[in-house]
Design a protein around this ligand. Structure first.
Ligand code: SOE
Length: 388
């Protein structure tokens, strides 16, 4: 019999929706499943919001008291889907209570918080994971496989971008994502860290960075209501404004431990770009290109192809590729955001079943925080900053 594990999900917003969907779907895709996640209890900031999330996301129970919930003996897994300011407090308490933890990205607001979370998780001996889901896209995992097999040789260069436009409107509301005390940083922490995670996954540790950071919109209308609207539906031009104290954009050069060089750009102010995560990696024997907006596809160029057939070719991921035995049976049927979260859920519960830490775990999340911190420091100093 496949083991059933009770999940307490803290936070019933956008990420709560993605995780709840993954808990329900994972065994439908990956069978036999490593465990069956049971949606036991969802926590939100008020009883009303928690009850709404319970009904909507299919949990047995609802609560507005995360402390009481994480100490319950019938809870196996704590899932942190809250804004960044409470990640550390919840994760450290959940680790002390002996629960396995999956935490939304970025791991924390600061290196200090990320370090404390990592130490608590390691001391407790629990399984821990940070939800950097994009490395779970089959095409990205295929890129990793080609790199590990040496198909593009030694890596010379990594170019990564993450461009969105949901904060380009200067009247988009001042959500928590524009407030340092809640978010920690802006584009750097929110989406730049996804690219750092991908760079670490595909190329290896980043040793030093030199970065420019910029805040384009200095004040925003104070948000009416607590929901994270991602700028889209509330354009409150006539509402009182308050300062933005995080970065809107980062452009960074990178030096990797292994000798490769690279660049990273992240902004939420790029009109026309939605979830434009692009990766281009050049090696001594070929190149790889990926664009999340065409996430079924991996573009590859192998230098030893016949001269008359030289060029990028498109591989459509499917059963022959990573996670292909669980996802859809024909290439091109469509990989979506949901699939990345289902795969993430599969990898997390596989780690619990095997007792081996998944990646990215909290230690990996801490390394990513160190790079983000170096970028923010470099944005101030204008100098190369070491990640160590
Ligand atoms: C907003 O930029 C956001 O929701 C990020 O916080 C997520 O990590 C990203 O996957 C989608 O965009």
């Amino acid at each position: 019999m496949t083991k059933v594990m009770n999940v307490a999900m803290i936070g019933g917003g956008f990420m709560g929706k993605a995780h709840a969907m993954a808990y329900a779907s994972m065994p439908m895709f990956f069978w036999p499943a490593p465990a069956i996640p049971h949606r036991k209890i969802v926590v939100d900031i008020t009883d009303g919001a928690a009850e709404e999330a319970r009904q909507r996301f299919g949990f047995d129970e609802a609560s507005s008291d995360w402390r009481a919930v994480i100490n319950r003996p019938d809870i196996d897994v704590v899932d942190i889907c809250t804004p960044n300011n409470v990640h550390a407090e919840i994760a450290i308490a959940a680790a002390k209570a002996g629960k396995h933890i999956i935490c939304e990205k970025p791991l924390a607001r600061t290196v200090e918080e990320a370090r404390a979370m990592t130490e608590a998780a390691k001391a407790a001996g629990i399984i821990h994971m940070v939800a950097f889901n994009y490395r779970r896209t089959p095409a990205v995992a295929l890129a990793k496989k080609f790199i590990e097999e040496g198909r593009i040789g030694r890596i010379l260069n990594f170019r990564g971008t993450y461009l969105q436009d949901w904060s380009a409107d200067e009247n988009g509301p001042l959500s928590w994502r524009f407030q340092k005390k809640i978010a920690g940083s802006g584009a750097v922490g929110d989406i730049g860290t996804h690219v750092v995670d991908l760079a670490h996954y595909l190329v290896g540790p980043i040793a030093e960075v030199i970065a420019m950071t910029k805040t384009y919109v200095e004040t925003r209308p104070i948000q009416q209501g607590g929901v994270d609207k991602l700028g889209a539906s509330e354009k409150a031009a006539d509402v009182e404004r308050a300062p933005v104290d995080v970065d809107d954009e980062v452009i960074s050069m990178l030096r990797f431990d292994g000798g490769a060089i690279g660049s990273l750009e992240a902004t939420r102010n790029a009109w026309g770009r939605n979830n434009f995560i692009t990766l281009e990696i050049h090696g001594t024997k070929g190149s790889i290109h990926f664009n999340y907006e065409r996430r079924d596809e991996l573009q590859v160029m192998f230098a030893d192809d016949p001269a008359d057939a030289r060029g990028f070719r498109t591989i459509y991921t499917g059963p022959a590729h990573p996670y292909g035995n669980g996802l859809w049976p024909i290439p091109g049927l469509g990989i979506g955001y949901s699939e990345t979260k289902i795969v993430e859920c599969f990898d997390f519960f596989s780690a619990i079943a095997s007792g081996e830490q998944p990646s990215p775990n909290f230690e990996d999340g801490l390394l990513t925080e160190l790079v983000a911190d170096a970028m923010l420091r470099s944005g101030e100093t204008g100098k190369w900053e070491s990640v160590k």
